[in-house]
Design a protein around this ligand. Structure first.
Ligand SMILES: Cc1cc2nc3c(=O)[nH]c(=O)nc-3n(C[C@H](O)[C@H](O)[C@H](O)COP(=O)(O)OP(=O)(O)OC[C@H]3O[C@@H](n4cnc5c(N)ncnc54)[C@H](O)[C@@H]3O)c2cc1C
Ligand SMILES: NC(=O)c1ccc[n+]([C@@H]2O[C@H](COP(=O)([O-])OP(=O)(O)OC[C@H]3O[C@@H](n4cnc5c(N)ncnc54)[C@H](O)[C@@H]3O)[C@@H](O)[C@H]2O)c1
Length: 483
């Protein structure tokens, strides 16, 4: 067994781990980066990038299908070349992942250890069966993996997760997608638009990461019109058959149904990769899920020399958060015992469905739980169905709800489904982080005719409900048509 002594050991070379390695190196030369799986990061290999590539192909089909609505007709049927679609997804994905691998290539070989690490005690980890590393400090940046109920195993070789989709050479005929969360909505809708027979199965009528009942209801009804979506399915049986799979379930009306599919895509959530880390051999306090207690501003586990960043801590499993957390954890691991709080940004998340879903700042659930009894918040709302620019572009579907504090008029958060939600969410995240009031945001410029005028309508509605501005007037004269 090889023995190594280092200042900092970073476990996991994903987005958080690479960031942690770089920042720790600014403090000490003696840092190692341990990776058990392939280099390239989850985001580039099997996450953000290939999913957006598949969605881009689906959008191309959708644009053609929408064209008759403008009086433009393409002659003949739309031909979707599944092999060409997947070829582009894989080759562009490889290009993105290749950039990451190149940056890993530039890390000195002596700093890179290949294999899966496991804690032996508070100061030692073993990597596979070849190296024991004694480190002064550690960063756990081991990411997450798909999790699903045990019954899915009945699907045998037809059970797939997101990783498998992006290695397809061709599109399949049919897929049962379980989990209308972020991954299920993005991949389910994209595959459906690409001609795959998709049925989406959820539980509890939830949709994406949304918590606002009004937005959830709108989104669920909308997606139900787009593709078969059982929002509260009671799964009874999965059987591997000669052709593929048989799935028996009760639908939303409680009726027994049986369908056959080629694959079952499990998109029922992700679990942090902390269970095989030997954390029970350390003195860290672990939560019920086995995640060490940690401080979200310093990423320090209790008051120890161990830090945890990215999907591994399961707080905000998003790319930009993993990058921020990796930097903060690496900085603190590098300079330990000096510990500094890092900057955390206004929460923002986007689901790249069509229309997109987005959440900014405090969720409706958080706002409501904190302020319910005092009645000290109000909600402004806009529907995109009559919003001018959205109608012009035939994208007039959606609802946006903004939350603000009574008295101060501070913007607290927003949830939405709508056109260009990714951009509206950024604007809102920026002004919330600047701690602007609704009145101050309304004093900023709004062009005409733009989708942002819809946001202005919701903000005016909020301002009036906060009793900080005049009552909303339908089709106000100074707004421009359809604003
Ligand atoms: C399909 C999909 C789409 C997504 N789309 C988006 C999106 O559009 N926008 C967005 O913001 N986020 C998106 N995400 C989330 C985003 O990809 C993750 O939040 C981010 O990649 C997490 O980075 P990380 O560094 O924590 O983990 P990872 O990049 O997964 O890195 C963890 C690394 O640790 C290694 N490892 C694990 N255990 C050990 C061990 N014991 N020893 C050594 N190495 C180990 C793993 O092999 C892995 O390489 C998506 C995720 C998925 C799955
Ligand atoms: N656009 C993005 O930023 C993006 C895209 C993809 C993934 N991600 C990240 O990856 C994380 C994981 O995504 P995910 O979609 O796997 O998880 P998720 O937690 O977002 O959604 C899981 C969904 O599965 C449902 N579910 C759970 N058990 C079920 C069952 N037995 N049958 C049917 N449905 C069931 C849940 O109700 C939920 O709707 C997200 O939280 C997100 O942070 C982000």
């Amino acid at each position: 067994m090889k023995q190594l002594n280092v200042d900092v050991a970073v476990i996991g070379a994903g987005t958080a781990g690479l960031g942690a390695y770089r920042t720790a190196k600014a403090h000490t030369e003696n840092v190692v980066l341990i990776e058990g799986g392939p280099y390239g990061t989850t985001c580039a290999r099997v996450g953000c990038m290939p999913s957006k590539l598949l969605i881009a192909a689906a959008e191309a089909v959708h644009h053609i299908e929408q064209a008759p609505g403008f009086g433009v007709k393409a002659s003949g049927e739309i031909l979707i070349d599944g092999k060409a679609v997947m070829q582009r997804v894989r080759s562009e994905r490889d290009r993105f992942a290749g950039f990451v691998v190149e940056s890993v290539d530039n890390i000195p070989a002596t700093d890179k250890i290949r294999g899966y690490a496991r804690f032996l005690d508070d100061s030692r980890i073993q990597v596979d069966d070849h190296t024991v590393i004694t480190a002064q400090r550690f960063v756990i940046a081991t990411g997450s993996r798909p999790s699903y109920p045990a019954i899915f195993a009945e699907a045998g070789d037809r059970l797939i997760v997101n990783d498998d989709v992006f290695d397809w050479k061709d599109l399949p005929h049919s897929v049962a997608v379980f989990g209308p969360g972020v991954i299920g909505l993005e991949l389910g809708q994209a595959l459906s638009r690409l001609g795959v027979n998709v049925k989406l199965f959820g539980i509890g009528n939830l949709v994406g990461p949304l918590t606002d009942p009004a937005v959830i209801d709108y989104a669920r009804n909308h997606f139900k019109q787009q593709f078969p979506f059982i929002a509260d399915a009671k799964l009874e049986r999965i059987q591997r058959t000669e052709q593929g799979l048989s799935i028996e379930y009760q639908d939303d009306e409680g009726n027994y149904q049986q369908d056959t599919f080629e694959y079952l895509l499990a998109a029922t959530g992700r679990t942090p990769n902390v269970d095989k880390l030997g954390l029970e051999n350390t003195t860290l306090n672990l939560s019920e899920r086995g995640i060490p207690e940690y401080n979200r501003y310093t990423l320090q586990c209790s008051d120890s020399h161990i830090f945890i960043a990215g999907d591994a801590n399961h707080e905000l499993p998003l790319l930009h958060e993993a990058a921020d957390e990796g930097r903060i954890a690496g900085d603190n691991a590098g300079q330990y015992p000096t510990i500094r709080s890092g900057q955390r940004r206004t929460p923002i998340s986007v689901v790249f469905s069509d229309p997109q879903l987005a959440m900014v700042g405090q969720t409706f659930k958080q706002v409501d739980q904190k302020n319910q009894t005092c009645g000290c918040y109000a909600v402004g709302e806009v529907s995109f169905e009559d919003q001018g620019r959205s109608r012009v572009m035939l994208k007039n579907k959606g609802i946006l709800r903004v939350y603000g504090a009574q008295g101060t008029g501070l913007l607290l958060g927003a949830e939405m489904m709508g056109p260009a939600a990714e951009h509206l969410a950024h604007l809102l995240a920026w002004v919330i982080q600047q701690r602007l009031t609704v009145n101050e945001v309304l004093a900023l410029p709004f062009y005409h005719p733009v989708i942002e005028e819809g946001l202005r309508t919701a903000l005016r509605d909020l301002n009036s409900k906060l009793k900080l501005g005049p009552e909303m007037i339908k089709h106000c004269l100074d707004c421009g048509p359809g604003a």
